[in-house]
Each structure stands twice: as C-alpha cells, then as structure tokens.
Ligand binder design. Structure first.
Ligand SMILES: *Cc1c(COP(=O)(O)O)cnc(C)c1O
Length: 385
C-alpha cells in the first residue's frame, strides 16, 4: 500500500470502537483505575492500560503508531523536541566509558550535546568526515557503541554512504542512529539501508505548519526493548495538544513533500545559473559531490538547500540580500509552509571546499515558486559588486 493510503487508515488496535476519525484529546492527568485490583496490578507492572499522564496518552499513542507504520519500524516514541529525541536516544544506548562517532555535519546542538554533555559522563565523542563511507573503520575503537549520522547534513548537505557504514556497524554490534529529518520517511527508508534508529525533528516537515516542537525516534526490533525501557524510565511527557496538531499535519506530508521537492529543484537549478551564485548545495543536482549516493539511496529531495555567493560578496552584501527579501522570513528551523532563510559560517572540524564560507540556507515553502524566484532575484540585485 502507498504511504498516502496507509497514513489515512492507521488505527491502533486498542482504540475504542466505534470511534471518531480524530480521537478526542486527553489532557495530562491522573488516570483513574476501575478497581483496587487494577491498582495492584499496575504496582506489579502487570496492568496493560494507561496508568498516568506520563504513560503516553491516547493522542500520543496514535501519533506514534502512525509514525511507526510510516517508517516500517518496530517501535516509535515521540519527544518534546527534535534535539530531545536525539539526546535521549543516544543516552538510551551509552554508558560511562563508551565511545561514539558523530558525523561532522550533524545539527549543531547534536554535536554540542555529545562533545559537552556526554563528555561529563565519560562518554567520548569522535567527529567523522561529513562524507564518510567504509573509511569509518579507521575511527572505530573497541569501546565504540553508537554511530550518529545525518545525511544530508545540516547546512552543507554532504551525504554519507549509509549502507557501507551500517554493514560495518552490524558486524561489531554498534547501534547506528540516523537523523532523517531532511528526507522524511517519504524520501528515505533508513531501515532498508541497515540503520537501527531513525530520528525526526517532527517540528519540521512531519508536522509541517510551524506550530509545535517535537521529535521522534523509531527503532528496529533489536533496539525496541532498550528504547522503550529508557523512555519509561525518563518519564518523558509530550503535550497531547501538540500530538493532535502533529497528527493533523502528518496527513498531508506526502502531498506537501511533492510540492517542496519540485519548487526547491526549480529554484536551485535557476540559482545555479545566476552570475552572483558560486555554488548550489542540493543533493538532487548533478553538481552535488555525492549526487550518485543520493540517487542510489533516496527516492526524492525536500525543500531545503544552500547556496554560496560569489567570493567577491562580503558579509555586508549578504546582509543586504537577506534584508531585502520580502517573502523569505529570516529565521531558524524549516520544513513549514513559509519560506525561510538563514546565513552563517558553519563550524567544521574537517576542512572542505566550503571552509570559512558564508552558507546561505533556503527553506523553500509552499508559496508559488515564481514568486519566490522573483523575490530572490530582486534581493540579489541589492548586492553591489
Ligand atoms: C531542527 C533540527 C533538529 C532539532 O529539532 P528541534 O525540534 O528544533 O529540536 C534536529 N536535526 C535536524 C537536522 C534539524 O534540522
């Protein structure tokens, strides 16, 4: 069955029947037991119902079930933000003395969580090249427990050879985690490529309307028990209202992604020919350094890519461009209906061709692409060189 059909028909087995299309929202609360016997069963962890507000209320269970089905995973849990999903998932699989590998182009707060927070608990992080492949072998130690990938990576969009990495990790019992926020489950199936845990910032495309923060982690069978146990131990709570909004947004994910994909590709191709644009970083363009890997592993591309302007354009020129845009909002995050822009020089440990360059990141929203191109064109005209 196709994604779009499946998404409309997910129905958890434990929902009461007959049921409305959208279940009512349960607020975080005390959940009353029917009897003293049920209370006693809950005390012995033998009760199958919901025991308390932190025990994943129905709205959350439905959202997790839809995401699990969409990803073809064994288990899905949602978290209060994308970065929280990433940090809790890593925590679920490491202990003091362990070593982890993190790709150099990972989302900034992911890298900081590893190098600053985990370090305090004697979990050591080594950053690996953003386009790492089977050469990951050289970075492994006997203590390596987890590999964190993000492909394409934040801002610079390098792609990792995921199957080459997961093949090596599986042989050594190392857990692989992929931040799959860019591609969404629509354009990349991480489990087919041997990944153990797929993470999304639900804040982005999955909810799609810039009205909530949330994250998700979906696992294979082999990681499900440990993840479920960690989640329960941490008593993580996600707002039922946010779950209801995410469920609403998720229904239109497949059609939104088609529009993001085609608009972004049209705009990226057009920008590639602009005299002030030195390069465009978009994995679906044949000029992308790992374009062949993208073609092999992904089934489509989303609406987020970067450009680098002509080296003669300085920071003032970049600011003039950003400030003149009328349709692109200046702001972090992405994946919603509104087109957005950010600019900055990414911190990188592995010097590549983009070292020290100002990267302008464009989030192509759901406005008409001709209007967006017109806005970018008038903005580029404000650069005087
Ligand atoms: C935004 C983002 C996150 C974090 O998501 P939040 O919900 O904002 O915490 C994680 N990974 C990637 C690739 C992101 O772009």
């Amino acid at each position: 069955m196709h994604f779009s059909t499946r998404l409309m028909h997910v129905s958890p087995p434990d929902f009461p029947r007959p049921r409305p299309i959208n279940p009512e929202t349960y607020r975080g609360s005390t959940i009353l037991f029917e009897s003293a016997e049920d209370l006693n069963r809950a005390g012995r962890h033998e009760y199958s119902g919901i025991t308390y507000g932190t025990d994943r209320l129905p709205q959350q269970r439905l959202l997790e079930e839809e995401l699990r089905s969409l990803e073809g995973a064994s288990l899905t849990r949602v978290f209060p933000s994308g970065i929280n999903a990433i940090s809790e998932t890593i925590l679920a699989f490491v202990r003091a003395g362990d070593h982890i590998l993190v790709c150099d182009n990972a989302y900034g707060p992911t890298a900081r969580f590893c190098s600053e927070f985990l370090a305090r608990f004697d979990v050591r992080t080594t950053f690996i090249p953003p386009d790492v492949s089977a050469d990951i072998e050289a970075f492994l130690t006997p203590q390596t427990r987890v590999i964190v990938l993000e492909s394409p990576g934040s801002n610079t969009f390098e792609i990792q050879d995921i199957p080459a990495i997961t093949r090596i990790a599986r042989l050594r019992g190392i857990v692989t985690i992929l931040d799959n926020t860019w591609a969404t489950p629509i354009f990349l199936d991480p489990f087919r490529l041997g990944v153990d845990i797929s993470i999304h910032s639900v804040t982005k495309y999955i909810s799609g309307h810039s009205d909530l923060l949330m994250g998700s982690a979906s696992t294979t069978q082999s990681c499900a028990t440990q993840m479920a146990k960690h989640y329960a131990l941490r008593e993580i709570h996600v707002s039922p209202d946010d779950c209801a909004l995410a469920l609403r947004g998720l229904k239109t994910l497949p059609i939104r992604m088609k529009e993001h994909e085609s608009s972004a590709l049209a705009i990226a191709s057009w920008l590639q020919g602009h005299r002030l644009v030195e390069s465009v970083r978009h994995p679906a363009l044949s000029t992308h350094p790992q374009h062949e890997l993208w073609q092999r592993d992904f089934t489509g591309s989303s609406g987020l890519f970067s450009i680098v302007l002509d080296p003669a354009v300085d920071e003032r020129g970049v600011n003039a461009f950003l400030n003149s845009l009328q349709l692109f909002g200046i702001g972090y995050s992405w994946g919603g209906f509104l087109s957005l822009v950010t600019a900055g020089v990414p911190t990188r440990r592995f010097a590549g061709p983009l070292t020290g360059k100002i990267i302008i990141r464009l989030n192509i929203g759901l406005e008409h692409r001709e209007d967006l191109m017109g806005d970018l064109e008038q903005g580029l005209k404000k650069i005087n060189i």
